[in-house]
Design a protein around this ligand. Structure first.
Ligand code: FES
Ligand code: FES
Length: 928
């Protein structure tokens, strides 16, 4: 922190004095510099986060003379003589605020933690004025701070219950699974110490600024790059495709890799990087991008699926016919015959748009060269995949690339793909100087992946007794300019588009189609949420045509342990979808009754409705190997080092994997030292995606824990039925009434530095799919169903969600608080997808125009946890991360139909679309 003596005054700067967290500081900075930047970069207070630099996200909220302000909108000169309080200073301010941080932890109110400092500061301001606020007052107070993970409800509870002391959950050895253990990495998230991608700012670090294509498609030619660099003091280097020493082509699925670090002569989408300028941060800041020597020649861009598939359309990649990246197919039975003989047939077409991940932390990272190794510290969901691609780009062996994931301020799939990593790696490699890069919000939005827009056509038939006879499903997904996760979406959707139901005759054909827009990639659900929007609305129509209750129709058709899925897989155990639906029955009936009573009384424009939707989701890769390896080491003092490389992006894997391992070993959680993702010291736990970490890495941790227990017994010469105790004095083995300590000090240390080390790898048992998509694509599926209660204003077309009840079969609830957090966050994202979120390339590339749900948009969520154990998952556990988002949007859309009798075929159901559908119905049509 700056002191008061000998402050050098930089050019254009002034000496500005104010107090921060009770301490007087003098900083030399231009008066117009953002306070957020001064706090972070000059004073090292990186607890204040920056998510947008535009006053939209609230992540940078601090107290200025007691009032909450966005520090990114405050000129430092305005802070002169003021008192500034940041998250780092909250606990010292009053005991109440220390309790608020504890309350956040015990309520699970911090997931990724990127919004947490802003939330805590906003709540502090409220509690100082009003120690016992109402729920509405809390909602208002945090209304300007966005959270993309939690769905806000746990944050609200944490603030409302700040005065309630809760005893910490400290399970005894062997009893961690099933407890509401506080997130093990939580404290850093509430006191501002957590290090995200942008928070490592070593002195002397250079910056990188990418030059990106401003057109949807354009050819380009560089001018004199050397002259540009020479004429800009502080610019050290300009990087282009010519500077890539290895293979300038990367991608998350090696077989489909097609993305260059820098475009070669032609940029295929708006936002694609063509060059990068590396230099002193001030020089980059002063740079006017229009001075960069490049000449653009805009070309005709293909923006839609129809244009891409049209006869004679130009190919975006010469080797991909008709602009089709890949096709997916699952077929069983005789669909045409079954539809022809069905008693009721319903058809529908549905469309969904681009959805932006909108995590609060934009992509950021830091790289340095250490001898002949490159070290990259960045936010990522997939350290080993990053390592492989960076090695390829630099033309070096993977072992010479070290990836150290920082805390990840939300990922939801997009941080599986490379973002800043190639730029900082190339620059640091070439210059042998540390380099960092932080995406602006706009840069993040224009250049990183989105949820695939989908166009879906369905035809479903049922017999008079209410059984689904057939489903014919065809979908095209706009995968953008590069492949990213397009093949995964096209492959996963046909497996899942039946929904969690028995569909004996089924045909699902999908295509991922290239266009000249930003690549679409992984986003919570890999295309399944889009398919659910279509299939669940069509099933509602079928049930309606049959005159059946919409819930009972689903129960009648729900998969069970013995019914084959559309890929011919029989699970035999752990199919909990019927239990989910049955758990909702009471709520469904009472909600329907309440809505009917409201509608009978209401004379104004409001109509209420209730909708239901089901889901299923296979955990892990589709019919592909998917291993995780965990290492566990027993130290000489009896403590246990758990090396697990699963990146915790807020979902809680650091805690959950430890809970599993602890119970498998029989040690208390307090005995563990966590060694989290770092490719130099943790084995490969695969990527954090597809709801695989609890299941796959958790299982590997379970096996590793059991193995270590066996090894300890072996060292003690005890039988398997003996018990092992861990404590301050080391490890003791008890057998036949006598106990003996293990002389760990006498054991030689192995190559990992432990007295005993055990590795375990788990790869889920799957089989490949044949040409008709038949096989066992996943070893474990999660199931769930949501009931949405909503209110439509028929005059305005607005939809308000009043409540969501979410039943999920999680196999075994390893940590109920963290699971509820996933469900509530999933509901909030599903709500956004259903009602408000749509990204249009070239428009609204910020969080002001691209709206995500804020605290006031998200209703109460009642979570019902069903535990139908998986025979394969650790302690029976299944995944929940992706599952949680899938049923919300279709349940809301079905509720809109229940309320006002219109189907919304194009999502999101924005007020204009809902209103248009209502008017169309009034005029004799019913399309939305
Ligand atoms: S960073 Fe200041 S409001 Fe987003
Ligand atoms: S916990 Fe709020 S943004 Fe992640």
């Amino acid at each position: 922190m700056a002191g008061t003596q000998n402050i050098p005054i930089e050019a254009g700067a002034e000496l500005i004095s104010f107090s921060v967290n009770g301490r007087q500081v003098d900083v030399s900075a231009p008066g117009a510099r953002r306070l957020s930047r001064v706090l972070r970069e000059d004073l090292g207070l990186t607890g204040t986060k920056v998510g947008c630099d535009a006053g939209d996200c609230g992540a940078c909220t601090v107290l200025l003379n007691g009032d909450p302000v966005c520090a990114c909108l405050v000129a430092t000169g305005q802070a002169a003589g003021c008192e500034v309080i940041t998250v780092e200073g909250l606990a010292d301010r009053s005991p109440l605020l220390g309790r608020l941080q504890k309350s956040f932890l015990s309520h699970g109110a911090a997931q990724c933690g990127a919004c947490t400092p802003g939330m805590l500061v906003a709540a502090t301001s409220l509690l100082e004025r009003n120690p016992h606020p109402s729920e509405t007052e809390v909602m208002d107070a945090i209304g300007g701070v966005l959270c993309r993970c939690t769905g806000y409800r746990k944050i609200v509870s944490a603030i409302l219950n700040v005065h309630t002391e809760t005893a910490p959950c400290s399970p005894v050895a062997g009893a961690a699974v099933g407890t509401r253990l506080v997130r093990l990495d939580g404290h850093k998230k509430t006191d501002g110490r957590e290090i995200f991608g942008a928070d490592e700012i070593p002195a002397g670090t250079l910056g990188v600024r990418a030059i990106r294509c401003p057109h949807h498609r354009a050819r380009f030619a560089f001018g004199d790059l050397k002259q540009f660099a020479d004429s800009h003091p502080g610019v050290e280097l300009v990087l282009t495709a010519r500077d890539v020493p290895g293979v300038d082509c990367y991608g998350v699925i090696p077989r489909f890799a097609d993305q260059p670090v820098f475009a070669h002569r032609e940029a295929r989408y708006r936002g694609e990087a063509i060059a990068a300028v590396v230099g002193e941060p001030e020089a980059l800041e002063a740079l006017d991008p229009s001075e960069f020597p490049v000449k653009w020649e805009p070309l005709r861009a293909i923006q839609t699926i129809e244009e891409a598939l049209a006869d004679g359309a130009e190919l975006i990649h010469a080797n991909r016919e008709q602009n089709v990246l890949v096709r997916g197919r699952v077929v069983c039975g005789d669909v045409d015959l079954a539809l022809a003989s069905a008693d009721v047939v319903v058809e529908g077409e549905f469309e969904t748009g681009f959805v932006e991940h909108a995590y609060i932390e934009p992509e950021a990272g830091f790289a340095r060269r250490v001898g002949d190794t490159i070290e990259i510290q960045a936010c990522t969901q997939s350290p080993y995949m990053d390592r492989a691609d960076i090695a390829k780009i630099l033309g070096i062996e993977p072992e010479r690339v070290r990836i150290i994931p920082t805390a990840v301020g939300g990922g939801f799939g997009s941080k599986l793909d490379l973002s800043v990593q190639p730029f900082i790696a190339l620059a640091a490699w070439k210059l042998n100087r540390p380099v960092r890069m932080v995406y602006s919000r706009t840069e993040s939005i224009i250049s990183t992946t989105k949820r695939h827009p989908a166009k879906m056509k369905l035809k479903a038939g049922a017999t008079r007794d209410g059984k689904i006879a057939a489903l014919d499903f065809a979908a095209d997904f706009n995968t953008g300019a590069y492949s990213s996760w397009g093949p995964t979406v096209a492959g996963r959707v046909p497996v899942h588009a039946t929904g969690p139901y028995r569909v004996p005759n089924y045909r699902a054909l999908t295509r991922a189609v290239h266009t000249n827009v930003v690549p679409a990639g992984a986003f919570r659900g890999f295309g399944v949420p889009q398919a659910a929007i279509a299939q669940e609305q069509v099933y509602d129509e079928l049930a309606g045509r049959l005159g059946m209750d919409l819930l009972e129709f689903r129960i009648l058709n729900a998969l069970d342990n013995t019914s084959p899925t559309a890929t011919g897989q029989v699970l035999w155990e752990g199919v909990g979808i019927r239990a989910c639906f049955e758990a909702l029955r009471l709520n469904w009936k009472s909600a329907r009754k309440c809505a009917a009573e409201f509608n009978a009384k209401e004379q104004g424009p409001l109509r209420r409705g209730v909708g239901i939707a089901g889901m299923w989701y296979g955990c892990g890769n589709t019919s592909l190997p998917n291993p995780s390896t965990v290492r566990i080491g027993l130290k000489r003092d009896g403590r246990v080092a758990l090396h697990q490389g699963a990146v915790d992006i807020g979902q809680g894997s650091n805690t959950i994997v430890t809970q599993i391992c602890a119970d498998a070993l029989g040690a208390p959680i307090s005995q563990f030292d966590l060694v989290s993702g770092d490719t130099a010291i943790t084995p490969d736990c695969g990527k954090t995606s597809a709801s695989r970490q609890t299941f796959v890495t958790g299982k590997a941790a379970h096996v590793a824990g059991s193995k270590l227990r066996d090894e300890i017994l072996k060292v003690a010469g005890a039988c398997k039925c003996a018990s092992v105790q861990f404590g301050d004095r080391g490890v003791t083995v008890s057998e036949n009434g006598s106990s003996k300590p293990i002389a760990l000090q006498d054991l030689p240390l192995d190559k990992f530095g432990y007295a005993i080390t055990c590795d375990a790898t788990f790869d889920p048992p799957i089989t490949p799919l044949d040409e008709n998509g038949q096989g066992n694509p996943y070893a474990v599926y999660g199931f769930g169903a949501h009931v949405a209660e909503i209110e439509v204003d028929v005059e305005l077309g607005t939809v308000r969600v009043l409540k969501v009840t979410a039943a999920h079969d999680v196999g075994r609830a390893i940590n109920p608080t963290l699971i509820e957090g996933q469900i509530e966050g999933g509901v909030a994202q599903g709500l956004g997808m259903a009602l408000m979120e749509e990204f249009f390339p070239g428009r609204g590339e910020n969080l002001h125009d691209y709206l995500i749900p804020s605290a006031g948009d998200v209703p109460p969520v009642e979570s019902i946890l069903i535990e139908d154990p998986s025979p394969i998952g650790p302690f029976g556990a299944k995944g929940i991360g992706e599952q949680a988002v899938i049923p919300t949007a279709p349940a809301i859309l079905n509720a809109i139909h229940d309320a006002v009798g219109v189907r919304i075929h194009k999502v999101p159901a924005t007020p204009d679309r809902v209103r248009a559908a209502i008017l169309a119905k009034a005029n004799g049509g019913a399309r939305g």
